[in-house]
Design a protein around this ligand. Structure first.
Ligand SMILES: NC(=O)c1ccc[n+]([C@@H]2O[C@H](COP(=O)([O-])OP(=O)(O)OC[C@H]3O[C@@H](n4cnc5c(N)ncnc54)[C@H](O)[C@@H]3O)[C@@H](O)[C@H]2O)c1
Length: 252
């Protein structure tokens, strides 16, 4: 097993399920000490158990990424526990289909606060610690929905396009200080998130077939591997990209 993250500390949000859990496990198996943050503390604790079973070291932190103060406390806890921070991966997020005509302001704000404020709050809180290292990395999980259009998905598409903008701006701002900032843009990934989707009345299901290319879905482990690569020193020349992991959907 590779030890490419030995001596590093990684903070992963959304670590209690799906892509976040696989990402935390990947870093943990490869030697990082991992802070597993999630609003679902039971899920985060299960992930910690899996990392420990694999011989790694991890801790679970309950955190709602849309709550600025909770995010600050989460970063403080990670530093208290592990003494530093080299890698941040903002994975936590929600998704869903809402027709524009019925879209409430409350739902709109909920998407922006978790999917976009979350990575902003987390990155800002982590910055002073990340910048203490010669090399550090942030990897955000955006989505192919931030690159292409998807019907009845205004809040989600906008929040993920925002994550891509945040990634690019931070990449330009901090490269000279040793911090790289990248994102991944998965297409459809087999996780609990997707199985819980509901659709508005009259929704044209053909538009979904387009987004997963008639049934092609990635495994969450594949996304975790790409995140780990972008966070690793092998990607030292890669900065500001939003990597599609989508079978080519976004170029079609
Ligand atoms: N599954 C897909 O097809 C897909 C595709 C593209 C992008 N993504 C993105 O990947 C990320 C992870 O999704 P997933 O598929 O693994 O979903 P998931 O539902 O399996 O995991 C999401 C995790 O985020 C946590 N979370 C939700 N709200 C939170 C909050 N306010 N604070 C802290 N944690 C919170 C949940 O508790 C859960 O553990 C999301 O940002 C999602 O938008 C997923």
């Amino acid at each position: 097993m590779s030890t490419r993250f030995k001596g590093k500390v990684g903070l992963i949000t959304g670590a209690g399920s799906g892509i976040g859990r696989c990402t935390a496990l990947q870093f943990g198996r490869e030697g990082a000490q991992v802070a597993c943050a999630d609003i679902d503390i039971a899920g985060a604790e299960e992930t910690v158990e899996l990392i420990r079973e694999a011989g790694g070291n991890a801790t679970a932190i309950r955190c709602d990424v849309s709550d600025e103060e909770a995010v600050n406390r989460c970063v403080d806890k990670c530093i208290e526990e592990f003494g530093g921070l080299q890698i941040l991966s903002n994975v936590a997020g929600i998704a869903g289909f809402i027709s524009m005509e019925d879209h409430s302001t409350t739902e709109w704000r909920r998407f922006q606060s978790i999917n976009l404020d979350g990575p902003f709050f987390m990155s800002r809180a982590a910055l002073p610690h990340l910048l203490k290292n010669e090399q550090s990395a942030i990897v955000n999980v955006a989505s192919v929905a931030g690159l292409i259009g998807q019907a009845s998905c205004a809040a989600y598409c906008s929040s993920k396009a925002g994550v891509i903008g945040l990634t690019r701006s931070m990449a330009m701002e901090f490269l000279s200080q040793g911090l790289r900032v990248n994102a991944v843009c998965p297409g459809a990934v087999l996780t609990p998130l997707v199985s819980k989707f509901t659709f508005p009345e009259g929704f044209d299901m053909k538009s979904i077939q387009r987004i997963n290319l008639d049934g092609r879905m990635s495994e969450p482990e594949e996304i975790a591997e790409a995140i780990a690569f972008l966070a690793s020193d092998s990607a030292r020349s890669i900065n500001g990209i939003s990597l599609p992991i989508d079978f080519g959907l976004s170029i079609g």
